[in-house]
Ligand binder design. Sequence first.
Ligand code: ZN
Length: 165
Amino acid sequence: MNAPDCQRQDELLDALASGQWPDASDRELRAHVAECTECAALAVVATSIASDRRDIEHLASPPPSGAVWWRMQMRMDREAREAAAKTVRRTHSAIVLVTLGALGALLVITRLAGTAWSWLADTMPRPAELATLQHLAPSMTTVVVAAASVLVLAPIVVWLAVAEE
Ligand SMILES: [Zn+2]
């Protein structure tokens, strides 16, 4: 940075920076600025910049902290509500899709069951055929003894298997 040509520019800059120019400055400095072209130009430019700065500060006044906090709370609440609504919408869509899938599966199972039932009805023996096959079936006593032996022996087998371990 170049050194100022006029020896009083530093003094003028101090007065400008402190806001004392021109009213609170001493008479000698004001008389020098009126005669010195460099200091006069510096005073005009610096006064203009300071005026612009005041205008910008006035226009760009930040909102109070309470308002900022309130807006932040409102935004967080809104985002939380939106996230909850999104979750509800996704869950609703999933429920609708699963219900539609279950209905489709039910239709397919019903159709398959009808086909299987008609196949079973065709392959099952007729009552007249069952009468001719009756002599091949075991007697009721044999079935009861076999079921009772399974019911008695199964717990014993399980107990022996557990007791060995
Ligand atoms: Zn000067």
